[in-house]
Design a protein around this ligand. Structure first.
Ligand code: SAM
Length: 364
């Protein structure tokens, strides 16, 4: 194996590269990064090819903020003959473990967009050839490795695989969601994507359902609230702006025009706190920690706005502030932070308290 290929949002290559170097360095798997500005990918080439598979197993995809996909690369092929790209690809895949599925992809970006049609068309004959070579299972099987061919142009591609439970299941690592026409803002997709990415369908059913209570800080005009109302939650919205009338008419929304940093909920057993306030990320991180520590909410999904250059560094510092505060308060929690497809200069964070949350806080 050669190294690890990661997809990211174009323009965020440095953040993605800093993150993989940091994680690989901590595991003492040394290498160097190959990337190009706005290319939508980062390749981490390991000095010792034998360490790649170990690195893939040791890095937890869910704990990577800026990566959309995690692929172990077997080879980079160039100058593929236009009349037969398949034969050289089969030579590489012959020595790869059995795969259960195939994604022929290209990194997201203006330059590579025209390649998408080629990728879709090429998938069919390549899939057939791989099955014939016994490299792929006859029936699609997502419990096995997924082969990824990442084309940079129509003659060169990275060839590798992702492993189950340590990858995004989405094509190109992108959750494409339909924007609901009745939602008051497009940022509704950010919370929808966050819920799909951070919670399994079973967890959504169990932990975000009809009758639960939520608070939305920085709620106007109501794109995030819309997602909660649609799932049957009662939402208290905090913002000096105006909420969409359609949401107020739902009977599930209460709106207070107060400062989100000063608001304290009357009922202290809120199931969900969501927050999309445009504020300094450290201030938001501390506020989220306060809500969890005070026992005002059980779970939270929030954005950290990152308009600065060193976004990975800033995000790491913000998350450390939050986790230090939770640990100091003796709380156990699960945390995941992702730069989602619908996020721009921001990341989305999910924190859920573990164990008997109310028991713990009431017992203080
Ligand atoms: N999530 C919203 C949606 O989907 O429609 C969009 C939120 S918008 C990005 C940020 C909002 O945060 C603005 O409406 C702004 O008024 C509000 N905001 C900023 N600082 C705030 C504060 N200290 N307290 C309450 N709201 C605040």
């Amino acid at each position: 194996m050669l190294g690890i290929l990661l997809y990211c949002r174009p323009g965020f290559e440095n953040d993605c590269a800093n993150e993989i170097q940091d994680k690989a360095g901590a595991l003492e798997v040394f290498g160097f990064v190959k990337t190009k500005r706005n290319s939508g990918y980062v390749f981490y080439q390991c000095y010792n090819p034998e360490e790649v598979e170990g690195l893939l197993k040791s890095i937890n995809y869910k704990q990577l903020i800026f990566s959309r996909q995690l692929i172990a690369v077997k080879a980079f092929v160039e100058d593929l003959p236009l009349d037969d790209r398949i034969t050289p690809i089969l030579e590489v895949t012959r020595n790869m473990p059995l795969g259960g599925d195939l994604y022929v992809e290209t990194p997201e970006g203006d330059e590579t967009k025209p390649l998408l049609t080629f990728c879709r068309k090429f998938t069919v004959p390549l899939r057939q050839a791989l099955k014939k070579q016994n490299s792929l299972t006859a029936k699609e099987n997502r419990k096995k490795l997924c082969y990824h061919l990442c084309f940079l142009d129509n003659q060169s591609a990275y060839i590798g695989f992702s492993v189950p439970h340590n990858r995004s299941e989405f094509y190109m690592g992108i959750a494409r969601l339909r924007s609901p026409s009745e939602a008051p803002s497009r940022s509704t997709l950010k919370l929808d994507e966050a819920i799909q990415i951070f919670l399994t369908p079973e967890e959504q059913e169990e932990r975000m359902h009809s009758g639960m209570r939520a608070v939305d800080l920085g709620a106007c005009p109501g794109g995030w609230t819309y997602q909660l109302v649609r799932r049957g939650l009662f939402v208290t919205c905090i913002d000096n702006g105006a909420m969409a009338q359609s949401l107020m008419d739902s009977g599930q929304v209460t709106h207070y025009m107060v400062d989100g940093f000063k608001y304290e909920p009357e009922r202290k057993n809120i199931d969900w706190l969501v927050c999309d306030m445009i504020e300094k990320p450290k201030r938001v991180a501390k506020l989220m920690a306060k809500w969890l520590i005070e026992g005002w909410c059980k779970e939270t999904i929030f954005n950290l706005k990152l308009p600065m250059k060193k976004r990975y560094q800033e995000a790491s510092e913000d998350l450390k502030i939050l986790t230090d505060m939770l640990e100091e308060a003796g709380l156990s929690y699960q945390l995941q932070a992702k730069h989602l497809y619908h996020d721009r200069e921001e990341i989305t964070v999910h924190v859920s308290l573990q164990g008997n949350v109310w028991g713990k806080q009431l017992g203080k």
